[in-house]
Design a binder for this molecule. Structure first.
Ligand code: PRP
Ligand code: URA
Length: 205
């Protein structure tokens, strides 16, 4: 599946302030919500709808409503910084959690938590702000598939070419929506130019 990147000028504006190292956690959280809202709209552009007959105050009409349940799966902990706009836009959404943490030396993600709702017949949107090596995203989608998820989308704020390649190799049918595609990873597997450690900046750790 191709990589989709945000084209809305507000996306570039918000991302620039997120990347700025002088941005403090309170503003960082606000900006995360703003860019996640834009990404949520893009990642749900193709949701199926079905007819629902209603009556306006003037006359009957066939309206359209969302046809299938939506499940959001933030990868803990930084993925929590993208959850609120999905709740705001889709109040009936179910939320699953996958806890993964990269080892500081090897950059390999270790699983420490998993709780998922029933996934059969749903659209599952896995969210994690940073797609670096792709190890966390690939593992999370593995878990979602093992739990019965079939229609899966991955959403991130910044992607590295290495992470996109890893996802496209492991899960070629999963569309990726990113705020931006950056240049590369450094020797410690951080994204360049990136925005640093998202979880640390979000939570002030
Ligand atoms: C960060 C980020 C992703 C992961 C990306 O999480 O939120 O989950 O790294 O890297 P990868 O593509 O190389 O796997 P981290 O492991 O630092 O944990 P945190 O969310 O608890 O800060
Ligand atoms: N995780 C982050 O938070 N930032 C990176 O650049 C890479 C992984």
């Amino acid at each position: 599946m191709p990589l989709h990147t945000l084209s809305h000028p507000l996306g570039a504006h918000v991302l620039t302030h997120l990347r700025d190292k002088t941005t403090k956690p309170a503003l960082f959280r606000t900006l995360s919500n703003q860019i996640a809202l834009l990404l949520a709209l893009e990642a749900t552009r193709d949701l199926a709808t079905e007819e629902k007959k209603i009556e306006t105050p003037m006359e009957p009409m066939p309206g359209r409503v969302l046809a299938r349940p939506l499940v959001i799966v933030p990868i803990l902990r930084a993925g929590l910084g993208m959850l609120q706009p999905f709740h705001d836009l889709f109040p009936d959404v179910s939320v699953g959690y996958v806890g993964l943490e990269r080892d500081h030396t090897t950059a390999v993600a270790r699983s420490y938590y998993c709780k998922l709702p029933p996934l059969a017949g749903t659209r599952v949107i896995v969210v994690d702000p940073m797609l670096a090596t792709g190890g966390s995203a690939v593992q999370a989608v593995n878990v979602v598939k093992a739990a019965g998820g079939t229609e899966i989308v991955f959403v991130c704020i910044v992607a590295a070419p290495e992470g996109v390649a890893a996802m496209q190799s492991a899960h070629p049918e999963v569309p990726i929506h990113a705020g931006a595609l950056d240049r590369a990873l450094n020797s410690r597997k951080y994204i360049l130019p990136g925005l640093g450690d998202f979880g640390d900046r979000l939570y002030g750790t």
